[in-house]
Design a protein around this ligand. Sequence first.
Ligand SMILES: Cc1cc2nc3c(=O)[nH]c(=O)nc-3n(C[C@H](O)[C@H](O)[C@H](O)COP(=O)(O)O)c2cc1C
Length: 192
Amino acid sequence: MHLSVADRPRGFKPGPDASVRHVEAFADLIRSRRTHKSFGPDPVPRETIDELLELARWAPNHHRTNPWRFRIVGAETFARLQEAAGPSEAPKLERARTLVLASCVLSGDLQQDEEDICATACAIYTVLLGAHARGLAAYWRTPRVLRTKAGRDAVGLPEGERFLGLIHLGSPRGEPSAPERAPLDAYRFYLP
Ligand SMILES: Cc1cc2nc3c(=O)[nH]c(=O)nc-3n(C[C@H](O)[C@H](O)[C@H](O)COP(=O)(O)O)c2cc1C
């Protein structure tokens, strides 16, 4: 299911008056998103990619630095990346036809960089949720090759940008089960 802009649900009013339906739908969306590792053969249309990446800019971002960068991997770049990955790692890059490289521009200031990396992670998650809401499968992957100079060069990742993920997008094949989560009591602490 691909929702066009015109098809999106309207009238969502956050706050205590938000309809139970909207609040439940939001919780469902978060709980039902999964990491997919198997995708259909078709690439995601550019229009949809742009919709997802437009959502990314609404991530929280201290000082509005807009630190995220998203590069959609084209055929030439993909071939270079595969070569850099080598025969053992390259086949894994073929799982989805649409790959989006997500990175964060670093400033050199430790505190700003920490915040910008967090903001970029939020932006990536927004893309994952937006994809899921459209019935698309997504996978946040951090392949080893993109931590190497050869891999960075292959995709033209400039120095001063931190690689954060290679987002795989496509139509879902199968329904991955949800990995177990620690319960609320394990990580929630009310302080006196
Ligand atoms: C920063 C980050 C990096 C990740 N890198 C990988 C990866 O390289 N390979 C992988 O299989 N999953 C990767 N994942 C996905 C997690 O394994 C996945 O989110 C986790 O197993 C929970 O599954 P779920 O997303 O279906 O809830 C990554 C997730 C995050 C947030």
